[in-house]
Ligand binder design. Structure first.
Ligand SMILES: [Zn+2]
Length: 380
C-alpha cells in the first residue's frame, strides 16, 4: 500500500483506493452511480447519510487525482410516490418536482456538491422498453398479460440468499409475491402492465410503466455505458434492488461484473429502529440544520466507517460538534509542515474512507494536516 500513495518518485502517484476491502485501480475518472431519492417525502438523516458519504468519496478521489463523475437518479416513477401524489391531489411529476427541490436544498445545505448526472426516471421509459426487449432476447425475461418479468432466482443465488430470505426481502421491498402472472414469485417486473392510479406509457405490450430495478439499470447504462466503477446506496438496497440491477445489466450487456465496487452505506436507526415515516421516528435534515452547523451534521455521518449501522441520538450530534471544534482548533494551531501527516491522512482516506483514523491524525498533528482533512471532507 505505502508505495501506491507515497509522494516519492517522479510522475503521478497511482490512484488505487480500497473500497469495500477491494483495491480499485483508477486512471483519471471514476463512474459512480448512487441510487437517489424517491421524491415523495422530506429528507431524513438516513437518506442524507448515503449522499454525504458519496460526496465524501468524490472529494477523496479528487484528492487522489481522479475526477468523480457521479450519477444520482431521481425515482419519480414509483408506486409509493403515486400514492403520496394522489393523497396530495397532485400529478405524480409535479409532486415529485417539488419534493426534489426540497431534497436538493437540504443536500446543498449539507455542502454536498452538485452531481454530473441527475436523470429522472420518467425520461427513461423508452430505455426501459429497449432493456426489456434485450432481456427477452437474452432469454432472462418473458411476457405475461402485458407485463415483462425478469427471472430472479439467479439474482438471489448470486446474492448468497436462501429462497425464504430472498422471498421475505422481495416482499418487504415491493416485490408483489402474489402476482399470479409470474412464473416464480422471485421474478421482478421490468415492465408493469397499466393499473388504475399509476401513470402509463405506450409499449409493444400495451400501456404500462417501468419497474423499479429496470429504471435504475436504464439510467446507469445511459450515463455510463456497460458498467460503473462504484455503485452506492443504502444498505437496505442490497437485495433485491442492487442484486436485480446488476443481474439485469449483466444479462443485457454480457459484461461482468457490472460494478467494480459496491458501497452499501449503513442504516441509521433511532432507539434501534430503522428511520421510516411509518415508524414515526424521522430525524429531518432541515430540523438538524436549524440547531447545528452543517459541518457538524456532516461529521456525525462521516466520523465512523461507512458500512456500519448506527443509532442517532442528540448526544451523538453534540459529540460530533465537539470533535469539529477540536479539528478547527487544530487547524488554527501553528504546526510544522506535516508532509508525513498529510500523506498518512491521504492513505487513511484512500483505505475505505477511514475518517475516524484520519481525524485522529489531523487533530493530533494540527496545522496544514488538519486543514487538509477539513477540505477533503467538505467540513469548511
Ligand atoms: Zn437504484
Amino acid at each position: 500500500m505505502t508505495d501506491d500513495h507515497a509522494a516519492g518518485g517522479p510522475g503521478p502517484a497511482l490512484a488505487a483506493p480500497v473500497l469495500a476491502g477491494r483495491r480499485v485501480l483508477l486512471l483519471d475518472r471514476a463512474r459512480i452511480y448512487v441510487c437517489g431519492i424517491t421524491p415523495y417525502d422530506v429528507t431524513h438523516l438516513g437518506h442524507a447519510a448515503t449522499f454525504v458519504w458519496v460526496d465524501a468519496l468524490g472529494r477523496v478521489l479528487r484528492l487522489l487525482g481522479v475526477e468523480p463523475e457521479v450519477c444520482r437518479n431521481v425515482t419519480d416513477v414509483d408506486d409509493v410516490l403515486d400514492e403520496a401524489a394522489s393523497r396530495a391531489r397532485a400529478r405524480y411529476d409535479s409532486f415529485a418536482a417539488i419534493q426534489q427541490y426540497h431534497f436538493e436544498h437540504d443536500l446543498a445545505a449539507l455542502n454536498v456538491r452538485p452531481v454530473r448526472h441527475e436523470p429522472r426516471a420518467h425520461r427513461y421509459v423508452t430505455h426501459v422498453i429497449r432493456l426489456a426487449r434485450g432481456l427477452m432476447t437474452a432469454g432472462t425475461a418473458y411476457e405475461r398479460n402485458g407485463s415483462i418479468y425478469f427471472r430472479g432466482q439467479a439474482a438471489a443465488i448470486q446474492a448468497g440468499l436462501g429462497r425464504a430470505e430472498a422471498l421475505r426481502l422481495s416482499a418487504e421491498y415491493g416485490g408483489r409475491l402474489d402476482d399470479a402472472s409470474k412464473d416464480d414469485p422471485l421474478d421482478a417486473a421490468v415492465w408493469q402492465a397499466a393499473e388504475a392510479g399509476h401513470p402509463a406509457w405506450e409499449s409493444p405490450w400495451g400501456l404500462g410503466r417501468p419497474g423499479w430495478h429496470a429504471e435504475c439499470v436504464a439510467m446507469a447504462m445511459s450515463a455510463f455505458g456497460v458498467g460503473v466503477d462504484v455503485h452506492a446506496g443504502g444498505n437496505d438496497l442490497r437485495f433485491p434492488h442492487h442484486a436485480y440491477h446488476s443481474a439485469m445489466a449483466e444479462a443485457f450487456t454480457g459484461v461482468r461484473p457490472y460494478a467494480r465496487a459496491w458501497v452499501h452505506v449503513g442504516t441509521v436507526t433511532v432507539d434501534g429502529v430503522k428511520m421510516a415515516k411509518s415508524a414515526g421516528n424521522l430525524v429531518l435534515v432541515s430540523d438538524l440544520l436549524n440547531r447545528y452547523p452543517a459541518a457538524a451534521v456532516r461529521l456525525v455521518i462521516l466520523d465512523r466507517r461507512w458500512a456500519e449501522d448506527w443509532d442517532y441520538t442528540d448526544a451523538s450530534l453534540e459529540a460530533a460538534a465537539a470533535r469539529l471544534a477540536d479539528l478547527y482548533g487544530a487547524a488554527g494551531r501553528a504546526a510544522p509542515a506535516g508532509e508525513a501527516a498529510a500523506g498518512e491522512i491521504r492513505r487513511l482516506l484512500a483505505t475505505d474512507l477511514d475518517v475516524p483514523a484520519a481525524l485522529e491524525v489531523a487533530i493530533g498533528e494540527g496545522g496544514a494536516a488538519a486543514r487538509l482533512l477539513i477540505a477533503a471532507l467538505g467540513l469548511d
